[in-house]
Ligand binder design. Structure first.
Ligand code: CIR
Length: 264
């Protein structure tokens, strides 16, 4: 299924780091206000890493007054020819979706979510055969029910996973680099939640941030710098790591996938 869920990952939309990025929301990984200038450098490096893996990247301008606007993963979920526009789970992010919907309407049908739903795209993962939908502080049961039904109508089954209170989104603590394999953070997810996978590459709790990766069909995998145990485990599992610095993105609770919306 092309779009967000296709590990060919040919095309992505990203958005520049805002001038007020230092005011971005931060609850989990932040230890200080993020450095906006360093974040811009890291974002440039991130885009270069995507391009080096063959992704055609479209860079959107900053949305004034939206410090979290670079985290475009949260704004929409792409299904084949339809873009589901999320109802962000934090009020400060509500103003980000309109401009994404406008951009996506150029090539996708637009499906808005009902007003009683709440969903961030960071709570949705496609495993290759099914959707995993996280219930979190940003995604409520109505949001999960709506997306499950929407997916079922397209013959895609969905499973709901409780996102632990220790983390922001489902994607914050896991990623699916190939069908049947999940990279998951110890201390956040439990083995019984991941029984649908043949292989779990466990990330030690003190490297939890590194569980979020972006993998490609050829085995390359973009992974955050500074997490040696995870990098070694991923390499041992047959992947070729492409390592990028992410410290200032992490300060705002953003991970690798959060910075991209894959559209083809
Ligand atoms: C937020 O709290 O909404 C942003 N500071 C971080 C969003 C990260 N996005 C993601 O995990 N998909």
């Amino acid at each position: 299924m092309p779009g967000v869920f296709d590990r060919k990952r040919r095309r992505a939309i990203v958005r520049k780091i805002s001038e007020d990025y230092e005011d971005a929301l931060s609850t989990y990984f932040g230890t200080k206000r993020p450095d906006q200038v360093a974040a811009k450098y890291q974002h440039t490096g991130y885009v270069a890493a995507l391009e080096s893996c063959g992704v055609e990247v479209e860079i959107l301008e900053v949305l004034e007054g939206h410090p979290d606007c670079c985290f475009v993963e949260d704004t929409a979920i792409i299904f084949e020819d339809t873009a589901v526009i999320c109802n962000p789970g934090h009020p400060s992010r509500a103003g980000e979706v309109e401009s994404i919907a406008k951009r996506l309407s150029k090539e996708f049908e637009i499906q808005k979510m009902p007003t009683d739903t709440m969903m961030d795209g960071g709570d949705v993962i496609f495993t290759g055969t099914e959707l995993l939908i996280g219930l979190s502080t940003r995604t409520n049961a109505n949001g999960a029910a709506f997306l499950s039904k929407f997916a079922a109508e397209r013959n895609i089954p969905a499973q709901i996973i409780d996102v632990p209170k220790t983390t922001l989104h489902l994607t914050t603590v896991c990623s699916v680099p190939r069908n049947g394999t999940i990279i998951a953070a110890e201390g956040h997810l439990r083995p019984d939640q991941l029984e649908m996978f043949e292989e779990v590459i466990w990330v030690p709790e003190d490297e939890a941030y590194a569980a979020n990766t972006i993998a490609f069909e050829d085995g390359r995998i973009i992974i955050s710098e500074g997490f040696p145990i995870t990098i070694e485990r991923v390499r041992n599992a047959g992947f070729e790591p492409v390592i990028v610095p992410m410290s200032e993105i992490m300060q705002a609770d953003g991970s690798l996938t959060c910075l991209s919306l894959f559209i083809g």
